[in-house]
Design a protein. Structure first.
Length: 52
């Protein structure tokens, strides 16, 4: 919607390289940190092909 319609504001989105050229950015409203969490069983499966 923000990429199609005029005079549209988007709030609470994370600024990244993919979105950079599409929007006019203002100062950050909040600071975010992102993290990924995985179950130990999933990590073991991906590394070794075995479930714990």
């Amino acid at each position: 919607m923000a990429k199609v319609g005029p005079n549209v504001a988007v709030f609470e989105t994370i600024r990244n390289a993919e979105r950079e050229p599409y929007f006019k950015w203002v100062d950050p409203l909040r600071q975010y940190s992102t993290a990924q969490y995985y179950m130990a069983e999933l990590i073991n499966f991906l590394q070794n092909g075995l479930w714990l």
